[in-house]
Design a protein around this ligand. Structure first.
Ligand code: ZN
Ligand code: ZN
Ligand code: FE
Length: 764
């Protein structure tokens, strides 16, 4: 401690804002104080961390600087605000129990993959946590998925029911220990236990008192299907190199054609299955450990049923000790797909999992640490050497994003209908939620509602303004309309896409944007989805679109892409291509009639539906089992060498531009008739659409003197289209913004809604 006289001392009270709870911040402060001879205390409260530091003025100065500069790896210090307070002369430095009361803006952090130190213990036969599936420390482990409330302390997590043993308690209380105040700290004596169960819930006999994980690994190697309770929910697992096992899983799960994700033990194994660049490798090994989509290598030792017709495989590395053990004990790539049936949400409570998964899984590998919030695996791919988020959930949530225009009142955005995520905001910070899913059933709607309550509680947000989509039939809109306690505000879907992209890059606009997606409710009551918009957070103007066409049978055309093809064939009065021979004449006639008279067939400018039409014309998919499937497979077929773009005319009506794709369709049909391979047709189509889109955007940018361009909407999950379009724009000297931290699909809508509402509030 300081030997200087009281008079030479200085005492400050410092407020540390940011992600500073559950990341070993207080022990760090404690050690720092010891090193610098500082007296005082540190505590967690609802806003973050509060410190009082007393010592020699020089030491206090250094202490304050290092509070930010030397913060531990998982911490993110947003600000340190210090004020001088009277010197009290008390010796020593202590960590004080959490205080209650006051505003709650303290950060709960995302779950983080097992750190190197913990992995070393897991593998060390001499360590007391050897092969313990729940070891963790202040630098790693579960966070968001176990948090029930704030402040982030053990009693408010799902670890509350586990009483620490003496050894764990000693670590927890020792400021010099890596587990000092690690809330989920546990060991085989006192912590959660894993068990292997038969599908009827009875324990598997030979695992009594033995290693259940090893037995589970043996089951997997024998080709069995296991339900595995993980971090944010249950997975269904089987060995990925066994066609029998994977095909059985696919049949039982009724997953139709959607690809299964794989868990591989390390980067080396991943390199044997897919093409990895530095971007993919960085994502695979990041603390968030998302599923990374990468191009499958020819000869990758993976069963055909893992990802039928898909050029990419989705891979992830182990992110919990349990997954680490399963991956290394089996030594083979494992399918790790969400524990659900078809499109249902992933199961995360034990009873629900037992009920829903017992018809799919042969056995259950379970544990007794409850999951507080259902959290799916995140999915990312690399495009233009940047991450492109496809699903943002485990590992990323609940990190906040800054709003370029702070919200004058607390705001809640309820998002769209598909790939729903909501977003709460307070001041300049917004917290986009985990992936909720498609709001088409009671269960997902329920998780939207409980999720909203949880976030309001975690970040102490009391929304006075609730923002919803213009679409009157979205369940999220209906939820909003049912809330009578708050003011409502509606935002057009594609405006939200544009605004979300601007806002995550800290921009407010104006910009010109191409928003290409499946379908969204337009201000004119038609179905939008291929829009050229000019504007910013405050407002937009529709300056162009893909030339509208009938969507025969409305929503049915999403599942049956041949209907969109029929609409185009009717429009340009072309004969049927060979792919359509299988469609019964009466059905064809009915749809052709709908395309002409418009019965139950709204006009749409949707780019997604255009992709569907062309893919169907080429015979790629006449019907699909999930939205976008035809387009994804069509992109996969593209022969990147051949890219002479198809003609696509820009039609000018006043200042508005229509992308007239009729010449494109004619050229596609000519190529089909001439026997040109689908790979060439796909490449030419992508090039034509990208070329015309870039040309239209450049034109609008010149007219309006704009330098900023936004590309977003679910269709821009298409890597080829995104690369070609942005290359064209960059060549013209424009700055291109693409979503990175949030998905280009409807997962970004809620954040866009909130950003728009905040900007409108500020503008009065
Ligand atoms: Zn650790
Ligand atoms: Zn213990
Ligand atoms: Fe959308």
């Amino acid at each position: 401690m300081s030997t200087q006289s009281e008079g030479a001392k200085r005492r400050v009270r410092a407020r540390v804002d940011g992600t500073v709870q559950g990341v070993g911040y207080r022990p760090f402060v404690f050690r720092l104080a010891g090193e610098l001879g500082i007296a005082g205390w540190v505590l967690n409260d609802e806003r973050g961390v509060l410190v009082e530091a007393e010592g020699a003025p020089d030491a206090v100065h250094v202490f304050l600087a290092r509070l930010r500069a030397d913060a531990p790896p998982l911490a993110e210090v947003r600000g340190v605000e210090a004020q001088d307070v009277p010197v009290v002369g008390a010796p020593g430095f202590e960590i004080v129990a959490s205080a209650h009361g006051g505003a709650a803006t303290a950060s709960v952090t995302p779950d983080s993959a097992t750190c190197e130190d913990c992995l070393a213990e897991l593998a060390d036969p001499a360590d007391r946590r050897h092969r313990y599936p729940f070891l963790n420390c202040t630098n790693c482990g579960p966070r968001f998925t176990i948090v029930r409330g704030i402040p982030y302390d053990r009693p408010l997590t799902t670890m509350a029911g586990f009483l620490m043993c003496d050894a764990c308690r000693a670590e927890y209380e020792d400021p010099a220990d890596r587990r000092f105040h690690a809330q989920p700290n546990a060991c085989p004596v006192c912590g959660p236990q894993v068990r292997l169960l038969e599908r009827d819930g009875s324990p598997v006999e030979r695992t009594a008192g033995a290693d259940a994980v090893r037995a589970a690994a043996d089951d997997l190697l024998a080709g069995r299907i296991l339900a595995v309770k993980g971090l944010g929910g249950y997975h269904l697992a089987c060995r990925a190199d066994s066609e029998d096992a994977v095909a059985a899983l696919r049949a039982r799960k009724r997953r139709e054609d959607r690809p299964f994700a794989l868990l591989v033990r390390d980067l080396q194994t991943a390199r044997e299955l897919v093409e990895l660049g530095p971007g993919e490798e960085a994502l695979l090994t990041s603390r968030a450990r998302p599923i990374v989509l990468a191009r499958r290598l020819a000869g990758a030792a993976v069963a055909a049923s893992v990802a039928p017709n898909a050029p990419d495989l989705g891979l992830m590395l182990p992110y919990t000790p349990l997954h680490e053990l399963l991956a290394s004990d089996t030594g083979v790539p494992l399918v790790m797909t969400s524990g659900n049936l078809s499109d249902e949400p992933i199961a995360f409570s034990d009873d629900d999992a037992r009920e829903r998964l017992s018809a799919i899984a042969d056995r259950f590998l379970v544990h007794d640490r409850p999951i507080a919030t259902r959290t799916d695996d995140s999915v990312v791919r690399v495009v233009r050497e940047r991450p492109l988020m496809l699903r943002r959930s485990r590992g990323y949530v609940p990190a906040s994003l800054d709003l370029p225009v702070p919200a004058a009142v607390d705001v809640l955005g309820v998002g769209a209908e598909q790939k729903n995520a909501f977003c709460v905001a307070k001041g300049a910070r917004a917290w986009p939620s985990h992936h909720i899913g498609d709001l088409k059933n009671y269960e997902t709607l329920q998780s939207l509602e409980t999720g909203i309550e949880h976030f309001q509680n975690l970040f102490e947000v009391a929304p006075q303004l609730l923002v919803h989509d213009l679409h009157p039939d979205y369940l999220s809109t209906r939820y909003a309309l049912g809330r009578e306690d708050v003011q409502l505000f509606s935002v057009q879907h594609h405006h939200a896409h544009l605004a979300a992209t601007l806002a995550e890059h800290g921009e407010t606009g104006p910009a010109v944007g191409a928003i290409f997606d499946g379908t969204g409710y337009g201000t004119d009551g038609t179905v939008w989805g291929g829009e050229i918009l000019v504007g910013g957070l405050d407002r937009i103007e529709r300056c162009g679109r893909i030339r509208p066409i009938r969507m025969p049978g409305g929503e049915r055309a999403i599942a049956e892409p041949w209907r969109m093809a029929a609409a185009w064939l009717t429009e340009i009065q072309a004969p049927l291509p060979p792919a359509f021979e299988d469609i019964a004449q009466p059905r064809w006639n009915m749809v052709a009639r709908m395309s002409t008279n418009g019965m139950g067939s709204p006009f749409t400018s949707s780019a997604g539906r255009l992709f569907d039409a062309v893919a169907a014309l080429c015979g790629v998919r006449l019907e699909v089992t999930y939205e976008g499937q035809a387009a994804i497979e069509f992109e996969a077929l593209a022969d990147r060498a051949a890219a002479d773009p198809y003609p696509l005319e820009l039609e000018h009506r006043g200042s508005a531009i229509a992308l007239d794709v009729r010449p494109t369709i004619v050229a596609v049909l000519d190529d089909i008739a001439a026997g040109v391979p689908v790979g060439t047709i796909s490449a030419r189509f992508h090039a034509g659409l990208a070329h015309a889109t870039a040309a239209a955007l450049v034109l609008v940018a010149e007219r309006r003197q704009l330098a900023l361009v936004v590309l977003s909407g679910g269709v821009f999950q298409n890597r080829l289209l995104l690369e070609l379009t942005s290359a064209g724009l960059e060549q013209a000297g424009l700055r291109v913004l693409v979503p990175e931290r949030l998905p280009p699909n409807d997962g970004q809508i809620a954040f866009g809604q909130v950003a728009i509402a905040a900007a409108r509030l500020a503008a009065g």
